[in-house]
Design a protein around this ligand. Structure first.
Ligand SMILES: NC(=O)c1ccc[n+]([C@@H]2O[C@H](COP(=O)([O-])OP(=O)(O)OC[C@H]3O[C@@H](n4cnc5c(N)ncnc54)[C@H](OP(=O)(O)O)[C@@H]3O)[C@@H](O)[C@H]2O)c1
Length: 265
Protein backbone atom coordinates (compact mmCIF):
# COMPACT_ATOMS: atom_id res chain seq x y z
CA UNK A 1 0.00 0.00 0.00
CA UNK A 2 1.34 3.43 -0.96
CA UNK A 3 0.74 5.82 1.95
CA UNK A 4 2.39 8.85 0.34
CA UNK A 5 0.27 11.92 1.11
CA UNK A 6 -2.42 9.85 2.88
CA UNK A 7 -4.00 11.38 5.98
CA UNK A 8 -3.74 9.25 9.10
CA UNK A 9 -5.48 10.22 12.37
CA UNK A 10 -3.97 8.53 15.43
CA UNK A 11 -5.47 8.85 18.91
CA UNK A 12 -3.18 8.28 21.88
CA UNK A 13 -0.27 9.47 19.75
CA UNK A 14 1.68 11.07 22.62
CA UNK A 15 3.29 7.83 23.78
CA UNK A 16 3.87 4.11 23.23
CA UNK A 17 2.09 2.32 20.39
CA UNK A 18 0.40 5.49 19.07
CA UNK A 19 3.62 7.49 18.96
CA UNK A 20 5.49 4.64 17.23
CA UNK A 21 2.63 4.10 14.76
CA UNK A 22 2.82 7.80 13.85
CA UNK A 23 6.52 7.35 13.13
CA UNK A 24 5.98 4.21 11.01
CA UNK A 25 3.32 5.99 8.90
CA UNK A 26 5.56 9.07 8.64
CA UNK A 27 8.40 6.88 7.30
CA UNK A 28 5.97 5.85 4.54
CA UNK A 29 5.45 9.57 3.73
CA UNK A 30 1.91 9.73 5.12
CA UNK A 31 0.66 12.94 6.78
CA UNK A 32 -0.10 12.25 10.43
CA UNK A 33 -2.61 13.90 12.75
CA UNK A 34 -1.58 13.37 16.36
CA UNK A 35 -4.36 13.32 18.96
CA UNK A 36 -4.16 12.98 22.75
CA UNK A 37 -4.69 15.20 25.82
CA UNK A 38 -1.05 16.28 26.15
CA UNK A 39 -0.50 18.96 23.49
CA UNK A 40 3.07 19.77 24.59
CA UNK A 41 4.13 16.14 24.14
CA UNK A 42 2.33 15.91 20.78
CA UNK A 43 4.15 19.05 19.56
CA UNK A 44 7.51 17.46 20.49
CA UNK A 45 6.62 14.34 18.50
CA UNK A 46 5.41 16.40 15.54
CA UNK A 47 8.71 18.31 15.56
CA UNK A 48 10.64 15.02 15.57
CA UNK A 49 8.58 13.64 12.65
CA UNK A 50 9.24 16.73 10.52
CA UNK A 51 12.48 15.03 9.38
CA UNK A 52 10.30 12.79 7.16
CA UNK A 53 9.09 15.86 5.22
CA UNK A 54 5.44 15.18 5.86
CA UNK A 55 2.57 17.32 7.14
CA UNK A 56 1.75 16.90 10.80
CA UNK A 57 -1.14 18.35 12.75
CA UNK A 58 -1.54 18.24 16.51
CA UNK A 59 -4.92 18.26 18.21
CA UNK A 60 -5.40 18.08 21.98
CA UNK A 61 -8.54 16.11 22.76
CA UNK A 62 -9.90 13.88 25.50
CA UNK A 63 -11.53 11.10 23.46
CA UNK A 64 -13.86 10.22 26.33
CA UNK A 65 -15.54 13.62 25.88
CA UNK A 66 -18.13 13.41 23.09
CA UNK A 67 -18.20 17.17 22.46
CA UNK A 68 -14.41 17.44 22.23
CA UNK A 69 -14.32 14.54 19.73
CA UNK A 70 -17.11 16.12 17.70
CA UNK A 71 -15.17 19.39 17.46
CA UNK A 72 -11.91 17.57 16.69
CA UNK A 73 -13.51 15.59 13.84
CA UNK A 74 -15.09 18.66 12.25
CA UNK A 75 -11.85 20.67 12.41
CA UNK A 76 -9.75 17.84 10.94
CA UNK A 77 -12.17 17.10 8.09
CA UNK A 78 -12.44 20.80 7.27
CA UNK A 79 -8.66 21.22 7.30
CA UNK A 80 -7.71 18.09 5.34
CA UNK A 81 -10.90 17.45 3.25
CA UNK A 82 -10.20 13.76 3.44
CA UNK A 83 -8.98 11.15 5.91
CA UNK A 84 -7.60 7.77 4.90
CA UNK A 85 -6.91 5.95 8.17
CA UNK A 86 -8.27 6.37 11.69
CA UNK A 87 -6.26 4.58 14.38
CA UNK A 88 -8.32 4.33 17.58
CA UNK A 89 -5.47 3.68 19.99
CA UNK A 90 -6.04 5.94 23.03
CA UNK A 91 -6.50 3.83 26.12
CA UNK A 92 -5.37 2.94 29.60
CA UNK A 93 -5.89 0.33 32.29
CA UNK A 94 -6.29 0.33 36.05
CA UNK A 95 -5.08 -2.73 37.90
CA UNK A 96 -7.21 -3.71 40.90
CA UNK A 97 -9.97 -6.09 41.88
CA UNK A 98 -13.56 -5.16 41.06
CA UNK A 99 -14.20 -5.00 44.80
CA UNK A 100 -11.46 -2.40 45.37
CA UNK A 101 -11.97 -0.37 42.17
CA UNK A 102 -14.30 2.62 42.42
CA UNK A 103 -17.27 3.02 40.10
CA UNK A 104 -15.57 6.11 38.66
CA UNK A 105 -12.43 4.11 37.86
CA UNK A 106 -14.46 1.33 36.23
CA UNK A 107 -16.41 3.86 34.16
CA UNK A 108 -13.33 5.84 33.10
CA UNK A 109 -11.77 2.83 31.37
CA UNK A 110 -14.97 2.13 29.45
CA UNK A 111 -15.30 5.85 28.56
CA UNK A 112 -11.82 6.21 27.11
CA UNK A 113 -11.14 2.77 25.66
CA UNK A 114 -14.58 1.89 24.31
CA UNK A 115 -16.75 5.02 24.09
CA UNK A 116 -13.76 7.10 22.90
CA UNK A 117 -13.26 4.63 20.03
CA UNK A 118 -16.99 4.77 19.25
CA UNK A 119 -17.12 8.60 19.25
CA UNK A 120 -14.09 8.84 16.94
CA UNK A 121 -15.52 6.17 14.62
CA UNK A 122 -18.88 7.96 14.47
CA UNK A 123 -17.31 11.31 13.60
CA UNK A 124 -14.99 10.03 10.82
CA UNK A 125 -17.02 7.14 9.35
CA UNK A 126 -19.42 9.30 7.25
CA UNK A 127 -16.39 10.92 5.55
CA UNK A 128 -14.78 7.52 4.86
CA UNK A 129 -18.06 6.18 3.43
CA UNK A 130 -18.47 9.29 1.27
CA UNK A 131 -14.98 8.71 -0.13
CA UNK A 132 -15.74 4.96 -0.49
CA UNK A 133 -12.22 4.29 0.81
CA UNK A 134 -10.21 4.22 4.00
CA UNK A 135 -9.66 2.08 7.04
CA UNK A 136 -10.33 2.12 10.77
CA UNK A 137 -7.75 0.39 12.97
CA UNK A 138 -8.85 -0.33 16.52
CA UNK A 139 -6.08 -1.15 18.99
CA UNK A 140 -7.62 -3.66 21.39
CA UNK A 141 -5.65 -6.32 23.25
CA UNK A 142 -5.49 -10.05 23.83
CA UNK A 143 -7.34 -8.92 26.99
CA UNK A 144 -10.26 -8.43 24.57
CA UNK A 145 -10.54 -12.21 24.30
CA UNK A 146 -9.23 -13.45 27.65
CA UNK A 147 -10.48 -12.13 31.00
CA UNK A 148 -7.57 -11.20 33.29
CA UNK A 149 -8.10 -11.00 37.08
CA UNK A 150 -7.43 -7.46 38.35
CA UNK A 151 -8.31 -5.93 34.94
CA UNK A 152 -12.08 -6.47 34.68
CA UNK A 153 -13.14 -3.06 33.34
CA UNK A 154 -10.14 -2.91 31.01
CA UNK A 155 -10.97 -6.37 29.62
CA UNK A 156 -14.64 -5.40 29.29
CA UNK A 157 -13.67 -2.30 27.27
CA UNK A 158 -11.54 -4.39 24.91
CA UNK A 159 -14.11 -7.23 24.59
CA UNK A 160 -16.62 -4.47 23.71
CA UNK A 161 -14.22 -3.00 21.15
CA UNK A 162 -13.90 -6.39 19.48
CA UNK A 163 -17.68 -6.93 19.36
CA UNK A 164 -18.31 -3.43 17.99
CA UNK A 165 -15.61 -3.91 15.35
CA UNK A 166 -16.94 -7.32 14.29
CA UNK A 167 -20.43 -5.89 13.70
CA UNK A 168 -19.01 -2.89 11.85
CA UNK A 169 -16.79 -5.21 9.77
CA UNK A 170 -19.91 -6.96 8.41
CA UNK A 171 -21.74 -3.67 7.86
CA UNK A 172 -18.86 -2.24 5.84
CA UNK A 173 -18.61 -5.11 3.31
CA UNK A 174 -18.70 -3.67 -0.19
CA UNK A 175 -18.36 -0.02 0.91
CA UNK A 176 -14.64 0.34 0.19
CA UNK A 177 -14.05 1.06 3.89
CA UNK A 178 -12.49 -1.50 6.22
CA UNK A 179 -12.02 -2.07 9.93
CA UNK A 180 -9.31 -4.18 11.54
CA UNK A 181 -8.55 -4.78 15.20
CA UNK A 182 -4.95 -5.11 16.40
CA UNK A 183 -4.74 -7.26 19.54
CA UNK A 184 -1.30 -7.36 21.14
CA UNK A 185 -0.05 -9.10 24.25
CA UNK A 186 1.96 -6.99 26.77
CA UNK A 187 3.90 -4.11 25.21
CA UNK A 188 6.75 -2.08 26.80
CA UNK A 189 5.10 1.34 27.08
CA UNK A 190 3.97 3.86 29.70
CA UNK A 191 0.77 1.83 30.07
CA UNK A 192 2.18 0.11 33.17
CA UNK A 193 3.26 3.42 34.76
CA UNK A 194 -0.29 3.91 36.07
CA UNK A 195 -0.01 4.05 39.85
CA UNK A 196 -2.44 1.13 40.23
CA UNK A 197 0.23 -1.28 38.92
CA UNK A 198 2.32 -0.36 41.98
CA UNK A 199 5.46 -2.45 42.33
CA UNK A 200 4.23 -5.31 40.17
CA UNK A 201 6.75 -6.50 37.56
CA UNK A 202 5.92 -4.40 34.50
CA UNK A 203 7.42 -6.36 31.67
CA UNK A 204 7.96 -10.02 31.08
CA UNK A 205 10.56 -11.57 28.79
CA UNK A 206 7.82 -11.98 26.17
CA UNK A 207 6.54 -8.39 26.22
CA UNK A 208 6.71 -6.67 22.85
CA UNK A 209 8.54 -3.63 21.56
CA UNK A 210 6.03 -0.88 20.55
CA UNK A 211 7.61 -0.92 17.08
CA UNK A 212 6.39 -4.50 16.52
CA UNK A 213 2.84 -3.43 17.32
CA UNK A 214 3.15 -0.22 15.28
CA UNK A 215 4.17 -2.31 12.25
CA UNK A 216 1.04 -4.43 12.83
CA UNK A 217 -1.03 -1.22 12.95
CA UNK A 218 0.40 -0.18 9.55
CA UNK A 219 -0.35 -3.67 8.16
CA UNK A 220 -3.85 -3.52 9.62
CA UNK A 221 -4.56 -0.24 7.80
CA UNK A 222 -4.80 -2.10 4.48
CA UNK A 223 -5.83 -5.52 5.73
CA UNK A 224 -9.03 -7.33 4.73
CA UNK A 225 -8.95 -9.16 8.08
CA UNK A 226 -11.07 -8.45 11.14
CA UNK A 227 -8.31 -9.04 13.71
CA UNK A 228 -4.54 -9.20 13.78
CA UNK A 229 -3.18 -10.80 16.96
CA UNK A 230 0.39 -9.82 17.85
CA UNK A 231 2.32 -12.10 17.96
CA UNK A 232 0.30 -14.31 15.63
CA UNK A 233 0.84 -17.58 17.50
CA UNK A 234 -1.16 -16.21 20.47
CA UNK A 235 -4.25 -16.69 18.28
CA UNK A 236 -3.86 -20.39 19.08
CA UNK A 237 -4.19 -19.63 22.82
CA UNK A 238 -7.36 -17.61 22.11
CA UNK A 239 -8.76 -20.42 19.96
CA UNK A 240 -7.92 -22.97 22.67
CA UNK A 241 -9.66 -20.86 25.33
CA UNK A 242 -12.76 -20.38 23.19
CA UNK A 243 -12.89 -24.04 22.13
CA UNK A 244 -12.02 -25.73 25.44
CA UNK A 245 -12.96 -23.08 28.06
CA UNK A 246 -13.46 -25.65 30.87
CA UNK A 247 -9.89 -26.85 30.32
CA UNK A 248 -8.09 -23.59 29.54
CA UNK A 249 -9.85 -21.08 31.84
CA UNK A 250 -8.56 -22.64 35.07
CA UNK A 251 -4.99 -22.67 33.68
CA UNK A 252 -5.15 -19.07 32.41
CA UNK A 253 -6.84 -17.92 35.64
CA UNK A 254 -4.15 -19.63 37.70
CA UNK A 255 -1.28 -18.06 35.76
CA UNK A 256 -2.71 -14.54 35.95
CA UNK A 257 -3.74 -14.85 39.60
CA UNK A 258 -0.13 -15.72 40.38
CA UNK A 259 1.29 -12.71 38.51
CA UNK A 260 -1.38 -10.39 39.98
CA UNK A 261 -0.94 -11.79 43.51
CA UNK A 262 0.14 -8.48 45.14
CA UNK A 263 -3.13 -6.89 43.96
CA UNK A 264 -5.45 -9.78 44.64
CA UNK A 265 -4.35 -10.46 48.22
N1 LIG B 1 1.04 -1.72 26.73
C1 LIG B 1 0.40 -2.87 26.64
O1 LIG B 1 0.80 -3.90 27.22
C2 LIG B 1 -0.83 -2.98 25.77
C3 LIG B 1 -1.25 -4.27 25.39
C4 LIG B 1 -2.37 -4.39 24.60
C5 LIG B 1 -3.07 -3.27 24.19
N2 LIG B 1 -2.66 -2.03 24.58
C6 LIG B 1 -3.45 -0.87 24.14
O2 LIG B 1 -2.64 -0.04 23.35
C7 LIG B 1 -3.15 1.28 23.38
C8 LIG B 1 -1.99 2.25 23.58
O3 LIG B 1 -1.41 2.01 24.85
P1 LIG B 1 0.15 2.07 25.13
O4 LIG B 1 0.57 0.74 25.59
O5 LIG B 1 0.86 2.69 23.98
O6 LIG B 1 0.15 3.00 26.43
P2 LIG B 1 0.69 4.48 26.68
O7 LIG B 1 2.11 4.58 26.30
O8 LIG B 1 0.31 4.78 28.08
O9 LIG B 1 -0.16 5.37 25.68
C9 LIG B 1 -1.52 5.62 25.89
C10 LIG B 1 -1.94 6.79 24.99
O10 LIG B 1 -3.35 7.00 25.15
C11 LIG B 1 -3.57 8.39 25.37
N3 LIG B 1 -4.78 8.59 26.14
C12 LIG B 1 -5.12 8.03 27.33
N4 LIG B 1 -6.32 8.50 27.72
C13 LIG B 1 -6.74 9.36 26.76
C14 LIG B 1 -7.91 10.15 26.59
N5 LIG B 1 -8.90 10.16 27.49
N6 LIG B 1 -8.00 10.92 25.47
C15 LIG B 1 -7.02 10.93 24.55
N7 LIG B 1 -5.91 10.20 24.65
C16 LIG B 1 -5.76 9.43 25.75
C17 LIG B 1 -2.31 8.88 26.10
O11 LIG B 1 -2.09 10.25 25.86
P3 LIG B 1 -2.38 11.47 26.85
O12 LIG B 1 -2.04 11.05 28.24
O13 LIG B 1 -1.49 12.54 26.29
O14 LIG B 1 -3.82 11.81 26.66
C18 LIG B 1 -1.24 8.08 25.35
O15 LIG B 1 -0.88 8.75 24.17
C19 LIG B 1 -4.19 1.31 24.50
O16 LIG B 1 -5.48 1.28 23.94
C20 LIG B 1 -3.91 0.03 25.27
O17 LIG B 1 -5.08 -0.46 25.88
C21 LIG B 1 -1.54 -1.87 25.36
Amino acid sequence: MDYTGKVIVITGASSGIGEQSAEEFAKLHANVILVSRNEVQLQKIAARLSKYQIKTFVYACDVSDKDQVDKMGKIIIEKFDTIDVLVNNAGFGICNTVEKTTIGELESQMSTNFLGMMYCTKIFLPQLLKQRSGHIVNVASVAGSIGIPGMAAYCASKFAMLGFSESLFHELKGTGVGVTVVSPIMVRTNFFKHESFGTMPRYSATSLDPKTVANAVVRAASSPRLEIVVPQFVRIAIWMKQTFPYLINPIVGGIFRKSMKPKLD
